[in-house]
Write a protein that binds this ligand. Structure first.
Ligand code: ZN
Length: 53
């Protein structure tokens, strides 16, 4: 993936911390995100990937 590639993950399951309002992503979700990003076409400027849980 090049620096110019913009990746949008649709329907990414994120949770918001009740204490500090920070967004949290579970490890399992993060692992899948990394796998999805690894498969992104490097020549594309924009990739929209639907996140299917
Ligand atoms: Zn917190």
């Amino acid at each position: 993936m090049s620096d110019r590639t913009i990746v949008i993950l649709k329907d990414l399951p994120v949770e918001q911390c009740e204490a500090c309002s920070e967004y949290l992503i579970e490890d399992a979700v993060l692992t899948k995100v990394e796998a999805l990003l690894a498969g992104v076409d490097a020549s594309a400027e924009l990739e929209i990937i639907p996140f299917a849980a």
